[in-house]
Design a protein around this ligand. Sequence first.
Ligand code: ADP
Length: 562
Amino acid sequence: MFSKSNPSQNEEMAIPSSADNRSTFSVIGSDVTVSGDIDASVDLHIDGRVEGDIHRTTYRALEARARKLAAAFEAAGVKKGDRVGTLAWNGYRHMEAYYAVGGMGAVVHTINPRLHPDQIAWIINHAEDRHMVFDVTFLPIIQAVAPKCPNVEQWIALIDADRQPEADVPGLTNYETFLASGRDDYVWPEMDENSAVALCYTSGTTGNPKGALYGHRSTVLHAYAAALPDAMGASARDTILPVVPMFHVNAWGIPYVAPMVGAKLVFPGGQLDGKSVHDLFEQEGVTYSAGVPTVWLGLLQYMKENGLKFSTLSRTVIGGSACPPAMIKTFRDYGVDVIHAWGMTELSPLGTLSRLQGKHLDLPEDAQMKLYEKQGRVVYGIDMKIVDDEGKALPWDGTTYGNLLVRGPWVIREYFKGEGGDPLAYDAEGKGWFPTGDVATIDGDGFMQITDRSKDVIKSGGEWISSIDLENLAIAHPDVANAAVIGVAHPKWDERPLLIAVRRPGSEVTREQLIAHYEGRIAKWWTPDDVQFVDELPLGATGKVLKTKLREQFKDYKLPTA
Ligand code: ADP
C-alpha cells in the first residue's frame, strides 16, 4: 500500500518519514481528524466517555504509529500473509491498524460487529485470526466469542492502558501498551504487488459467509479509479467523512483514497445518529461523505425536524442499495450532489457511479434526475454486460433487462481458501466474467440501472416487476418513512407484489391512499396488491433491508386477491 511520495505534487505535502525514505503517506498541513469517542451509552464500567471528543492527528504521525504497530505485530509473531482481525468503528486507531497490518505484508481482516456473535466466531476461526483488535464498545461481543476462538492469542482493546476494561478474556491487552512495544526503526518490507492486503466476508444471507481477499495491486488500482473526477472526485481540497464503515468493504476504499489525494479525513466513531453526524459535518467543514441510504434517512429526518442546512457538504456517494429518488432530491435541495454508486464486496466495492456527461448539463432537472437515479457508468477498469438466462448478451437500450456480469482487475476470481463456490462458475463465455446476482438495464450511453437483485425480482405471470421501482415510489410519498416490496405467492399469477410500509410519525396514511399513489406512475399491473404497515423494517448487518426476514415474517400472509 505504501508508495514513494511525489514531491512535485506539492513541495510541502509529502515528507518522507520512514528511515529509508521509501514509505510515506505523510501529509503536512493536512489533518486527519478522528474522534476517538466510543458509544458512551454502553456501560463499560468507565465513567462518561471513554476518551475526549475529538482526537486530531496528521498523516505523518499516523505513519509513524502504524510503523511501530507493524513492528509490534512482527515481534508478536505475525508474518506475511497472516490475518489480523479488527472489530472497530471508523477511527484513527483502526486506520493505523489498516496501514500497519497491510504495510507489513499481513492481511487486515475487518469484521462486521452487527453480525451475530456465532457468525463472528465462525469468521474469526475461518480466517485463522490469531490477533484481534477491537473497540471497547464491542467488549460484550468479544466476551461472547472469545471462548469459541481458542486460536486467538491476543485481544487488543483500541484504548490506552489506563482505560483498558477489565474482563475475563484470555490474552486481553490494550492497544497503546501493545503499540509501545514496537521498535521505532522498523522498515516497511518490499512485497509482491499481488500479495493480499485485506479480507472482508460477504454478509452471507444464505449459507456461510464467503471471504473476499483484496490484493495490494487491486486495492491501489481501485483507489486510483475511485478518486477519479467522475467517480468520487476526491482531492486535497476535500474533507471526507466516511459514514460507511471501515468494517464493510474498506469503507468503499476511502481509507486508501484520502491519503492518496491528501484529503483531510474525519472519522465519526460509533456515533452515527443524525445529530452527531450533522454536528461533525458542520464542525469540521466536511465537503464529502459516503454511506448507505438507511443512515441518510436518519440524518435527513433530523435536519428536517430542526430546520438545519449543510454549510460545507457538497457531494455524497450513496450506494449499497438503491438510493430512493426522493432522497436524491432532498439532498439536491440542500445543495448537495448525490453520486449514486453500485458495487459489491466482491468488487472492492466500486463498479459504477452516476455522474452527468457534458451533453447532459443543459438538460432540464427532470431529465437529469432520471440519470442520477441510475447506478451509472462503469469506472475505468471495470467491464460490464447484461445477458439472458442462456448467457446471450442483451442490447444496451435502457429498457431490456438481464443478468449483470462484470470483470476487471478488482473483480473477485476466487473466494478465500477457495470455499464458497467458484465465483465465475456461471460464465457463458468462459472468460472470467463474474455474475453479480443483479438484474439491470444499460442505456446507449452506458448508464446502468439495477432493476432488482435476481432473488428479489417479482415474477408475475411470466413477467418481471422491479421491487426497487415500487419501493422508490412508496418512499416518495410524504407519509412514508420507509418501504419494502416483496413478492408473495398468488394462485394465478405465481407472485404478486406486497408493499410493506413504515408510516412517518403522526401519519395515518391508509392502504387505499398508498395504492392510489401508484396510479398513473406505473403500469397498472405493477401496482401492489396489498399494503401492510409495520413499525420498522428488519435491517441486515450492512444497513440494507433484509428481504429474507420479511419473506419469513409474511410467509403465512394471504393476499386479498389470491
Ligand atoms: P451482500 O452481497 O452481502 O449484500 P454487498 O455489500 O456486497 O453485500 O452488496 C452488493 C449488492 O448490493 C449488489 O449486488 C446489489 O444487489 C446491491 N447494491 C449495491 N449498490 C446498489 C445500488 N446503488 N442500487 C441497488 N442495489 C445496490
